[in-house]
Design a protein. Structure first.
Length: 423
């Protein structure tokens, strides 16, 4: 529950059991996506197991289950198992706006104290118009992400102007960041009305009401299209079930309003049900969005992994963040196709305190911890995470929103001190 030994895993959950280290050692870059289809998966994994000294003889049930588990772990999130070797890995840093540069600097300072092997490649992201008037992110930012595959992003503002796109939406579409993973885990020592929250929201990130399809029908009447597709619904459902299986989670709940939106949410729910048939080891439930909200504030411990369309995920994930103390302590990761992942703080730009050394860097730091585990840099992630949680639990050096009176720099320095004390 946010204490040492209960860290946020590579894709964002709170690990209930230690991950098998043999799985983390497998380098799947040797097997292409084409060779890892169908039955070829089994032979590929067997060869990799043998390569790393794990001999599999015979065809006992235990051995078959182990190979199947390894297949599931690798198949669900290919980017998680990428091997970065012993050298430093380049990460695209998007500081963002408002307090973004301050909290980004804080994270970089903590990473330096932890000696994390990360090289930062800083890029600014502002929407520009490309050929044909289409909105796009700057080419240098896209090139950096295409090369590094990993990004850390501070809060971005979206100008309120006709035709200007949401920057977050533009990033999701550019890199097909189809799954938003947001763990909500109670932090030891940080008092809230709820003390035992441990759940994960998984949000379809590319369509729904946020497809950006709007138009004027006649003066005074505007129509917004909710787009739900079979492929995207199946993809997010499969991600949720694989995530649950790989992170020792027992239940997946599909959140919907198919009683009202029978075609759109009905399609989403139908795909979830179909995918659930392939995961008999994971309990599947389905629940209306309004019922989930009611039950969530009454007893959040009844939930485990929740999967939902875009708009519902945006609202419900913020509600869940409130249970553990707010967006200032809630990490987030966006997993995309082709091995791309961007981790981010999901709070706003807070322009009223920007530049005043008052910001709380916890959300971005914990998102960076998720990023490190995603990259396989677990020991560095544990250092930074433990130092952060210990600082909060100690209650002596906290920013104002955490209940203290310290500045961002003082809070950061205290975390760095604790990191250095671990060496």
């Amino acid at each position: 529950r946010g204490s040492p030994g209960k860290g946020l895993c590579c894709a964002g959950s709170a690990c209930r059991e230690p991950r098998d280290s043999t799985v983390l050692l497998i380098d799947c870059t040797e097997a292409s996506a084409e060779t890892m289809a169908g039955n070829a998966w089994r032979s590929t994994i067997l060869k990799l197991l043998e390569k790393y000294g794990l001999r599999v003889a015979g065809k006992s049930n235990t051995q078959t289950q182990e190979v199947s588990r390894v297949i599931a772990a690798v198949k669900s999130q290919p980017s998680v198992t990428r091997s970065y070797g012993s050298g430093a890995q380049t990460v695209t840093l998007i500081p963002g706006d408002g307090i973004g540069p301050e909290i980004s600097s804080a994270v970089m300072k903590i990473f330096e104290a932890a000696k994390a092997p990360v090289l930062w490649e800083e890029r600014n992201v502002t929407a520009i118009k490309g050929p044909g008037g289409k909105w796009m992110i700057p080419p240098e930012a896209k090139e950096s992400m295409d090369k590094s595959k990993i990004g850390l992003k501070g809060p971005l503002k979206t100008p309120i102007a006709a035709g200007h796109p949401s920057m977050n939406l533009l990033l999701r579409k550019t890199f097909d960041l189809y799954a938003n993973v947001r763990p909500c885990v109670s932090i030891e020592g940080y008092k809230t009305p709820y003390t035992d929250v441990n759940l994960v929201t998984i949000r379809e990130n590319t369509e729904g009401e946020y497809s950006g399809i709007e138009h004027v029908i006649v003066d005074g009447v505007v129509q917004s299209i909710k787009l739900i597709t079979e492929d995207a619904s199946r993809r997010i459902a499969e991600f949720a079930f694989e995530y649950a299986r790989n992170n020792q989670r027992s239940t997946v709940t599909a959140v919907h309003k198919a009683n009202i939106m029978r075609m759109s949410d009905g399609l989403f729910l139908r795909k979830c049900r179909e995918v659930a048939e392939n995961y008999k080891d994971i309990k599947f439930t389905e629940m209306y969005l309004d019922t989930v909200c009611l039950n969530m504030v009454q007893d959040p411990t009844q939930f485990d992994v929740l999967v939902m369309p875009n708009l519902y995920g945006d609202i419900l994930s913020d509600l869940c963040a409130g249970l553990i103390g707010g967006l200032g302590v809630t990490p987030s990761g966006n997993i995309g196709a082709n091995g791309v992942a961007i981790f981010e703080s999901v709070h706003g730009t807070a322009p009223d305190i920007a530049g005043k050394d008052l910001a709380n860097p916890t959300a971005l730091l914990l998102s960076a911890v998720m990023m490190l585990r995603h990259m396989g840099l677990h020991s560095y992630a544990t250092k930074a995470e433990r130092a952060c949680f210990d600082t909060i639990n100690d209650k002596k050096v906290l920013t104002k929103d955490l209940g203290g009176n310290s500045k961002c720099s003082e809070f950061t320095n205290e975390i760095c001190r604790r990191v250095l004390d671990m060496d």
